[in-house]
Design a binder for this molecule. Structure first.
Ligand code: F6P
Length: 526
């Protein structure tokens, strides 16, 4: 495939940087290592990519800093010991290097909890009322971005052939591209030995994928330090968003928010300082074949039966499912309001349908997130109190860990998936649900506020999360959809996610990298 050629061109010169690490290792007293994988589609998707090349992934080493620092162990080879059977499958079982950055508590607070998740996250999701001012935290954000830049420069310097490709991810690292540029051609920051590194004089290609929305200029202009953020991101050669409307918003922000930029809206480029940044859309996909295999596994089948039994859900009761990190952008509260309205206004669904919400705890140290978990629980109790009978529950809510196979099984078991974020960069759950579908596929109910709606909206049942009445009517439509129509939509959705799967996304991004790089003599395309 095209991406294999492009990947091998990047070779071991591929350096990936993201805040979240793909694996968290915990070291028991007996020396036993346990491995955990974080929630979120991004790291799982990238892990598949990295297994195909012998590159380096740099991430915050959330967790066992002490144990690892004592051992001097900030680098592991993935798949690490103890992960057998956890992640290997098919062709994607290669190894790569995971380099962790250990941050102190203040840095984590300022960089991750405050700037990334109480300023940039709500701002980019157009939740201005949730933005908290953060004063000193910018110092931490800047410092940690500098640490990432140092680590990227050092990793890029180990590449013997050609110019490396550095691929950054997300809103945690907005300043890092500029910091990395500043380090190139000079002593590698942080090494402090005065030696000139091999990166000096090299011109790595910097690509950055922004996985959350880019807001309208009218929202972005509220951002403290907006000029510095734009300046940081314009250190990239390529900036990738999931859908074209985020590209347009970014170009507008670059045009209005920073002096000295020349924006070409038709070409999708920004000239700034001595560089052109190309801005492109590439909607992320999911590994369709792998999810299908998971949905067909024995574990998935066992999970489906056990889930019904353990939760007291009758075999004939239809299931609707929602799967989310517990984040106020995900619209879980609005979804529960809509189910309440459904059972009130369309009583024929009482006793017939149970809504299963799987929630994963997330960023709980932030008050808005802790509050949100409480609000979800309160809404679940309210709907339950109002409608539950001795032998039927309107809502089953769980925060228990569910394996990938279990989740794929639950998707296949469900007659509907309800993916209704109030705003979402992409949302991979919508695609995972379709990928897991079997011979008797279900209906996807999808918010028009998700990036995924731009690619799948035509065949989903669209909802606007705050329109409770319309949402309830849409749930009724979905539950009442004639089989022929349901299959027609499911086939179209399946074709779409197969055409635009994870490999295809990777090919799109790497293809754009190759075009950008060849224009200025960077990463070779063959
Ligand atoms: O999609 C945005 C994102 O921040 C990803 O980077 C991450 O995988 C996911 O949300 C989970 O968030 P966190 O890393 O803060 O737990």
């Amino acid at each position: 495939a095209d991406f294999d050629r492009l990947l091998s061109a990047a070779g071991d010169g591929l350096v990936v940087a993201s805040n979240r690490q793909p694996y968290r290792h915990d070291y028991g007293d007996d020396g036993e290592v346990t491995v955990d994988r974080p929630a979120g589609g991004l790291t799982a998707g990238l892990d598949e990519v990295m297994r195909r090349v012998d590159g380096t992934w740099i991430a915050w080493g959330d967790g066992e800093a002490d144990a690892a620092v004592v051992d001097g162990d900030d680098t592991v080879s993935v798949p690490p010991e103890g992960s057998e059977g956890d992640t290997d499958s098919g062709d994607a079982n290669g190894t790569y290097t995971l380099r962790r950055l250990w941050l102190d508590e203040d840095e984590v607070q300022g960089y991750y909890y405050e700037v990334a998740n109480q300023v940039l996250w709500p701002l980019c999701h157009a939740a201005l009322g949730t933005v908290e001012s953060c004063g000193d935290a910018w110092t931490d954000y800047r410092r940690v971005n500098g640490q990432f830049a140092d680590a990227m420069a050092a990793a890029a310097a180990t590449d013997a052939d050609g110019d490396p490709l550095v691929w950054l991810h997300d809103y945690h690292l907005a300043l890092a591209p500029r910091r990395l540029r500043d380090r190139l051609g000079s002593d590698i920051g942080g090494r402090g030995d005065g030696a000139t590194d091999r990166t000096a004089g090299a011109d790595p290609t910097l690509a950055h994928t922004w996985h959350i929305p880019w807001p309208s200029w009218d929202t972005f202009r509220a951002c403290p330090n907006r000029g510095a953020l734009l300046d940081g991101l314009l250190g990239n050669d390529l900036l990738v968003f999931h859908v074209p409307r985020y590209c347009e918003s970014f170009l507008r922000s670059a045009d209005r928010g920073l002096d000295g930029t020349a924006v070409d809206f038709d070409a999708g480029t920004v000239d700034y300082r001595d560089r052109t940044t190309t801005v492109r859309a590439a909607p992320m996909g999911v590994p369709v074949d792998r999810i299908r295999e998971q949905a067909e596994s024995m574990e998935a089948t066992g999970f489906r039966a056990a889930f019904r039994k353990n939760r007291g859900i009758d075999r004939d009761t239809r299931l609707a499912v929602g799967v989310d990190r517990l984040d106020y952008t995900k619209g879980v509260v609005q979804r529960l309001d809509a189910f309440e309205r459904l059972f009130a206004e369309y009583p024929e669904h009482r006793g017939e349908v149970t809504f299963v919400q799987v929630g994963t705890e997330s960023r709980s140290a932030i008050p808005a997130y802790a509050d949100y978990q409480d609000r979800v629980e309160a809404a679940v109790d309210r709907v339950d109190d109002r409608f539950a009978t001795d032998d039927w529950r309107p809502v089953v809510y769980t925060t228990d860990y569910v394996s990938d196979e279990g989740l794929a099984g639950l998707y296949r078991e469900a007659d509907l998936a309800v993916v209704s974020p109030v705003r979402d960069g992409m949302n991979l759950v919508a695609q995972e649900y379709v990928a897991a579908g079997g011979d008797d596929p279900g209906v996807l109910v999808l918010s028009d506020q998700a990036g995924a709606h731009d690619t799948l909206g035509e065949w989903a049942v669209s909802v606007r999360p705050h329109d409770t009445e319309g949402f309830a009517a849409a749930l009724d439509d979905a539950l009442s959809m004639p089989e022929r129509e349901r299959r027609r939509r499911a086939n179209a959705l399946t074709d779409s996610i197969e055409d635009d799967d994870l490999d295809s996304w990777l090919g799109d991004v790497l293809g754009a990298v190759a075009r950008v790089a060849s224009a200025d003599g960077g990463v070779p395309t063959r």
